[in-house]
Design a protein around this ligand. Structure first.
Ligand code: PLP
Length: 426
């Protein structure tokens, strides 16, 4: 039996992570299922930003680099969040964007692979990886004389061979929500001497991650999705201690120098992950991000990642069950894996007969915010995508979201012309 609205309310009332929702400034009357694209706003962010601008910057001015600890924010935030990734102190920094960090680590990985075996000439990744990952990989391949090989997920294991230099994988796929076995794939890659780079954009803060347990080489990830750092928040970069000092990354900016304030003319990379910094840290962005990370520190006291993961799976299970029961007959097909160990924190449906984009827009007009991702006209279909951030989404909201979806489909209102104009950002 699928749960009733009353069941969902009771579940919310008993739910141990419920107090965390009060740490977010969510708008009344809307159900936010897009935290996998842009996380919600922590209530603390506005006051923190005001303090940084009005006191640290306006009053203390340049002294704040030392006094307010601005200069160490990339490392401090890295240390604060490291345990959530199975990383150790001093191994993680928040800096630049995921795209830029990916460029740094792929370039370093290409240099390491070239040292280890000049015969290695391929960079493997998934064809449905996030586009920026594909574009950056293409650019790094062009610079290092590597061939970019695009694979379907089930082909990856079999494609790892002695000619492969690097495998770049996104842990949870942005379209399907399918999750890779990080430990198994990393072990298979290492058995062939391949450098393993993981993109954690859709998994950091949403699913358990153990970078040391999986023995990954490099990882990058996003600050504005599940970490709730705000639009364009700084991203993170991590390198295993065994590879971090093996070479310099190519964006040799002064903040990655061993002694930036000696102002020496020649570049000497810092020891450790600091060499992955480049220019001056974006203090406003890092300060907002800190409020997002502080929510995780609060979550630690309520059961940590085990509690978050249990709730995320319960939310996505509930959504799948309710959609399949209450929206049956409307051509929706689940794209996200049903198996818990293969599922991230989002659920996607394809729709027979098209209209995925219009259905999402009609839902948004009713206050249920999900999003739409376009297919490629081939293997990958247009999808309706719904993210479930266990920090703030509740079970009753899942019930209402499905009810609104049912009404959109049953009434056929999504066919109205106003839902067929495609916005610039989907
Ligand atoms: C969101 C996302 C990005 C974003 O990269 P930016 O440089 O922040 O724009 C990159 N890769 C993946 C897999 C993502 O999901």
């Amino acid at each position: 039996m699928t749960p009733t609205l009353q069941d969902c309310r009771e579940r919310d009332a008993l739910e141990p992570l419920r107090p965390l929702r009060d740490l977010f400034a969510l708008p009344e009357g809307r159900i936010y299922l897009d935290g996998n694209s842009l996380g919600a706003t922590p209530k603390a962010t506005a006051a923190r930003m005001a303090d940084v601008v009005q006191r640290e910057w306006s009053q203390e001015l340049i002294a704040s680099w030392n006094q307010a600890g601005w200069v160490d924010l990339p490392q401090r935030l890295g240390n604060q969040f490291a345990p959530w990734l199975g990383a150790r102190q001093g191994e993680l920094v928040f800096t630049d964007t995921t795209s830029i960090n990916l460029f740094k680590v792929l370039s370093a990985a290409a240099r390491i692979a070239a040292e280890d075996g000049p015969a290695r000439r391929k960079l493997l990744t998934e064809r449905s990886n996030f586009p920026t990952d594909l574009y950056i990989a293409e650019s790094v391949c062009a610079q290092h004389g590597l061939e970019l090989v695009l694979l379907e997920p089930e082909q990856i294991l079999g494609a790892l061979d002695d000619e492969t230099a690097i495998v770049l994988l996104t842990h949870v796929n942005y379209r399907t929500g399918a999750m890779h076995d990080m430990e198994g794939l990393t072990a298979a890659a290492h058995a062939r001497g391949i450098v393993c780079v993981w993109d954690l954009c859709h998994s950091a803060g949403a699913v358990p991650i153990d970078l040391h347990g999986a023995d990954a080489d490099f990882a990058v990830g996003c600050g504005y999705k599940y970490l709730n750092g705000g639009p364009g928040a700084p991203a993170f970069v991590w390198a295993h201690p065994r590879v971090v000092n093996r070479c310099a990354q190519p964006l040799a900016g002064w903040f990655g120098h061993a002694a930036p304030f000696r102002f020496t003319p020649g570049y000497a990379p810092a020891e450790g992950i600091d060499r992955y910094l480049c220019g001056t840290p974006p203090i406003l962005g890092l300060s907002a991000l800190q409020c997002g990370l502080d929510v995780f520190s609060a979550a630690e006291l309520l059961g940590g990642m085990a509690a978050l993961r249990a709730k995320s799976l319960a939310l996505t299970d509930l959504f799948i069950a309710l959609v399949e029961q209450r929206c049956a007959g409307h051509g929706l097909t689940l794209v996200t894996p049903r198996a818990h160990d293969r599922r991230g924190s989002q659920v996607c449906f394809a729709r027979d007969g098209g209209g995925a984009c219009a259905v999402v827009q009609a839902l948004i007009a009713r206050g249920v915010i999900g999003d739409f991702r376009e297919g490629d006209g081939g293997l990958h279909q247009d999808i309706l995508r719904f993210g479930f951030t266990p920090l703030y989404v509740g079970f009753e909201e899942v019930w209402h979201a499905v009810e609104q979806l049912r009404q959109v489909l049953e009434s056929g209102e999504w066919r109205e012309a106003r839902f067929h104009q495609r916005p610039k950002v989907t």
